[in-house]
Design a protein around this ligand. Structure first.
Ligand SMILES: [Fe+2]
Ligand SMILES: [Fe+2]
Length: 303
């Protein structure tokens, strides 16, 4: 009978229990950003877009030379750049998850959670779009080469490669947003949207980890190595695309000097390494941290 046929990636009843728990959790605690956020509240002038420690320039000489107004403008543009990268990636993710579930068993909890996740992401992207509009920051987009690479990835990636890319983006954002939502000097619109995102994404991350472990169960060494490299390249693209160079221009800075100071910023590198610790531990556990992929993660200071 069609409804009981096993899925092609060896999804078991035990795996479905994970999805069942995630569905229960989603039923108990999910948000509607259109009513949850006070979209009409004015933005206090002295509030940052993100905690200064999360600014790419924090800890540099240039940061010390900047006026307080420039710092506020920079952090607002940085947070919107990250939100726009979030929207871009959520669009990729929704298509990959939808493709992965094509003609899968609609009676399974896995199918229903996957669709719940897509619905979450749809609300998140609208929420981020509204937040950026409210902050008056233009839509920063990835450069043409990266945009085309994303187009290819979303059309072709599947299994652990697709869910690995998803997990990387979600983990990196999660660590930052946990700080943003607690930042007393951070705009309420950023704190509120971060709070919603952190709660709902924690389920997505569990789902992605489960999907990856399922696919890796029967993967041979060649496939494991190829996927490990693919996920690392995805991580490289995500991390290097997060902050658009236009944010420095918006803060009235010399873009060339700002980029050079970001590249040498030891504080920034330590923040990246710290926020990737959990992800690296999981990838190692899943057999997806190989010599080659580790070299890529080191290049972007995730390891
Ligand atoms: Fe999201
Ligand atoms: Fe997500």
């Amino acid at each position: 009978m069609a409804l009981t046929r096993p899925t092609e990636h060896g999804h078991t009843a035990g795996d479905d229990d994970v999805s069942k728990r995630l569905l229960d959790s989603a039923a108990a605690l999910s948000f509607d950003p259109s009513t949850e956020i006070d979209w009409d509240a004015p933005l206090p002038e002295e509030h940052y877009g993100l905690n200064p420690e999360w600014s790419t320039l924090y800890g540099t000489r240039l940061w010390d030379e900047m006026t307080e107004r420039q710092r506020i403008t920079l952090t607002r543009h940085e947070v919107c750049s990250i939100m726009n990268t979030g929207i871009w990636f959520e669009m990729i993710l929704q298509q990959m998850v939808l493709r992965d579930q094509y003609l899968k068993n609609p009676a399974s909890a896995e199918f229903r959670f996957a669709l719940t996740e897509i619905a979450d992401e749809c609300r998140h992207s609208i929420m981020f779009a509204r937040a950026c509009e409210k902050m008056g920051v233009p839509a920063y987009r990835p450069n043409k080469v990266v945009a085309q690479a994303g187009r290819a990835f979303k059309a072709l990636a599947k299994g652990e490669l697709a869910y690995g890319g998803i997990l990387v983006a979600e983990e990196v954002l999660d660590v930052m947003q946990r700080d943003w939502m607690r930042g007393e000097n951070v705009l309420e619109i950023v704190r509120g949207t971060s709070r919603i995102h952190v709660v709902e994404e924690s389920r997505h991350m569990k789902f992605a980890r489960q999907e990856i472990l399922e696919r890796m169960r029967h993967a041979g060494p060649a496939r494991r190595r190829t996927s490990a490299t693919g996920i690392a390249i995805g991580a490289y693209v995500i991390v290097t695309s997060m902050i658009h160079p236009g944010v420095y221009k918006a803060a009235g800075l010399d873009v060339g000097r700002a980029l050079a100071e970001v590249r040498g910023n030891e504080h920034r590198k330590a923040m990246m390494r710290n926020s990737s610790r959990h992800l690296m531990a999981f990838l190692a556990e899943a057999g997806l941290l190989t010599t080659r992929s580790a070299a890529v993660y080191r290049r972007v200071n995730m390891l």
